[in-house]
Write a protein that binds this ligand. Structure first.
Ligand code: SF4
Length: 350
């Protein structure tokens, strides 16, 4: 056993004792008795370095996402996402607007990657995702940002729009691990992922935070640059994420350690297919899966050109979405969305 692996074993044994937590439940999720990051276990098993190599090889004939462009990003060829070989980062900071189990008391350590493989016409981050605003950097720099976010107290590393830079992320995580990274990795994705690619992340990622944007192929094609396969591809991706990390697990303070958290943005005029979405989750995943029914749709970027989505959602549209979610039997809805539902209900009856 080399020195690094011996150090990890020592830390694991010492850490296990201090991480013993009482069993219980919070936000409807199971608490765990001891915890180390998935990627740390992978390193101890000697499997992390080959995983970095396997991920990086994908750049030569890029099929990282369902667009499957086949470009050689090592030779500076660019595909649909327009991403270069090196990661482009817009910013890295604690974020307090994410779900409560990710934010905790100290914030979620977000790293915003520029460019995107889905490119929705209503994207709220369009200068970053569509126009690629940000700074080209290196895996080492991403690793340093991870360490900085951990040092200032963030509870996790929240990788926003990670799909097209997955190899850089895997590499950066290993570099950061060797510098002492010890907090969960959150894969904050549009959900437009290939199962074969997600398998490379098995044992690297602790928390998956996928969107499920649409349930209808025509809507996906219309609003997300022809991605008519989005509903079917994303359903399979979410099932794979569930297989890898299971249901949400929290520490004694209610902060997320591992598991699946699904986001669904309610859109005007039932465009997002919310009724079908909650029915699918209830039928395909545990009913206690953490689901965030989000009310914050706003008209952005090119959405002004599509009359059916050129307004925010109404209180009634949000209430019917929450009603469908509850009637489908889902038991672990995001507490903030439940609070908003209660507020609208009280206002309506008052
Ligand atoms: S990650 Fe980018 S280049 Fe690679 S397949 Fe997807 S869109 Fe194409």
């Amino acid at each position: 056993m080399d020195r690094t692996r011996r150090d990890f074993m020592k830390r694991l044994l010492l850490g296990s004792a201090s991480l013993l937590l009482p069993p219980g439940r919070s936000h409807g999720a199971t608490r765990v008795e001891k915890w180390i990051p998935a990627y740390e276990k992978l390193e101890m098993e000697g499997k992390f370095a080959p995983r970095v190599k396997q991920a990086y090889a994908l750049f030569e004939n890029c099929q990282l996402c369902p667009r499957r462009c086949g470009v050689n990003r090592r030779k500076d060829e660019k595909g649909f996402c327009q991403a270069p070989l090196k990661p482009v980062v817009y910013g890295a900071q604690p974020h307090f607007g994410e779900e409560m189990p990710l934010v905790g008391s100290q914030g979620s350590g977000t790293i915003f990657f520029s460019n995107c493989n889905l490119r929705c016409i209503f994207c709220q981050n369009w200068p970053i995702s569509h126009e690629g605003k940000g700074k080209e950097t290196s895996d080492e720099d991403v690793a340093d940002r991870m360490i900085h976010l951990q040092k200032i107290g963030c509870h996790n590393i929240n990788l926003v729009t990670p799909t097209h830079v997955m190899p850089n992320i895997v590499s950066a995580t290993r570099i950061a691990l060797r510098k002492g990274l010890h907090i969960p990795l959150v894969y904050n994705t549009s959900g437009y992922e290939r199962v074969e690619i997600l398998k490379i992340l098995d044992g690297v990622v602790d928390l998956y935070l996928p969107d499920m944007k649409y349930m209808d192929a025509d809507k996906a094609a219309k609003y997300s640059a022809g991605a008519s396969d989005y509903p079917e591809v994303t359903k399979k991706a979410i099932l794979e994420m569930q297989r890898q990390v299971g249901e949400l697990k929290l520490d004694a303070q209610g902060v997320a350690l591992r598991g699946l958290m699904i986001r669904h943005l309610v859109m005007p005029r039932r465009v997002a297919g919310t009724e079908k979405f909650v029915a699918w989750v209830a039928a395909s995943l545990p009913k206690s899966t953490y689901v965030n029914i989000m009310a914050q749709y706003r008209v952005e970027y090119k959405a002004y050109d599509y009359p059916e989505i050129s307004r925010g959602i109404t209180a009634q549209e949000f209430l019917e979405a929450m009603d469908w979610a509850e009637k489908s039997g889902l038991t672990n809805l995001d507490p903030q969305s439940v609070g908003l539902r209660n507020f609208y209900q009280q206002r309506r009856s008052g």
